[in-house]
Design a protein around this ligand. Sequence first.
Ligand code: KIV
Length: 289
Amino acid sequence: MSKVTIDTSTSRATPSPVPGKRMTAPSLRARKIDGKTEQPIVMLTAYTMRMAQLLDPHCDMLLVGDSLGQVIYGLPSTIPVTMEMMCAHGAAVVRGSWHALVAVDMPFGSYEQSPAQAFASASRIMKETGCAAIKLEGGEAIAPTIEFLTHRGIPVIGHVGLTPQAVNTLGGYGARGREQREADKILADARAVDQAGAFCIVVEGVMEDIATEIARSVSAPVIGIGASAECDGQVLVIDDMLGMFERTPRFVKRYDDLAERIGEAARTYAEEVRARSFPTSDQTYRPKG
Ligand code: KIV
């Protein structure tokens, strides 16, 4: 792993030694050849500079997901997430990374009205963050917007299946596509987003066979979350996979139990402060010599 130093004059995380080029949308899109992806695409969400630094060497893409609404801000859903939040966290993640492609979610209300509205929001996100792609939710209805953006120099990641910004019309966060009519609609959505030019498609919270069928029938790489191991890549919300929450969805695998370890560290610290056993001479300044 590269050593990282922070240039405090610009706040930019500068890797040392300077590694190679960042992943690009075309290079990731090109991983899928004739419907097959030899090297699965690794994606995680990141919301802060330091987490980006830690994840970057291991990931092809870092997603500044609007899940930051719940994860960082304690909001009840992604609906209240703002452009300002996405831009601030997107810029931090770009500063903390050098290898992975950084994609930033378009927040609810910033793109649905028209392709022109979407272009204004996406270009603002790209200018303010330095990210190389945006992600937006929706299928057939949003496909013309995806085409509009991709024809104007904006790499787009689609997102179909369980689309959390539509929680109020979906009626919850349950897995989608249990009934044939809904399964057909999800497949049609994925095909429309693919044909509109998305360079990747996130498929979230669907029956495994639907995700597999989508991955086999669209030309863009499909990134699964609660989907299928047959997808061309996988994404998880970083705080979920690190075990930061007591409850996680069924599709999350916990790779650590950070919530417990942080609680334990805080408990030990509190005990030592109360016992006056912290700080010791190791952590205090004394005159030299
Ligand atoms: O907002 C987010 O984190 C996402 C991922 C779950 C794909 O959209």
